[in-house]
Design a protein around this ligand. Structure first.
Ligand SMILES: [Zn+2]
Ligand SMILES: [Zn+2]
Length: 105
């Protein structure tokens, strides 16, 4: 389990906290409906946007190791699989939502 900070901006912390809230029955809380980007370079595909301990690459190239886009990062696949496909689907949907928001800009 990664180190999760309650007030962190990164996708790992945001999704982990949202997932815990859903397990607690707080369905109204969910993942933060915002567009998460790296605080250093502003790129959503930067590995640092996916997790706060990752190094900033100053790159928005797809498929970077550690990036949340486009593949699900390995860290939460194990956690989410424990709770079944429903949680994974919810995570994938929230990531797809971020992608749509970017395309709409
Ligand atoms: Zn974080
Ligand atoms: Zn960055």
């Amino acid at each position: 389990m990664n180190d999760v900070r309650i007030d962190c901006w990164c996708i790992t912390c945001d999704e982990t906290i949202a997932h815990a809230q859903r397990l607690n029955g707080d369905f109204m809380l969910g993942a933060t409906p915002r567009f998460i980007v790296c605080p250093d370079c502003g790129n959503k595909r930067c590995p640092r946007a996916a997790y706060h301990d990752n190094a900033c690459t100053h790159s928005n190239e797809p498929g970077q190791p550690g990036s949340a886009y486009p593949a699900l990062p390995a860290w939460d696949e194990a956690d989410y699989r424990r709770d079944g496909d429903q949680a994974l689907t919810a995570l994938a949907a929230s990531i797809a939502r971020y992608d749509r928001q970017e395309e709409g800009e």
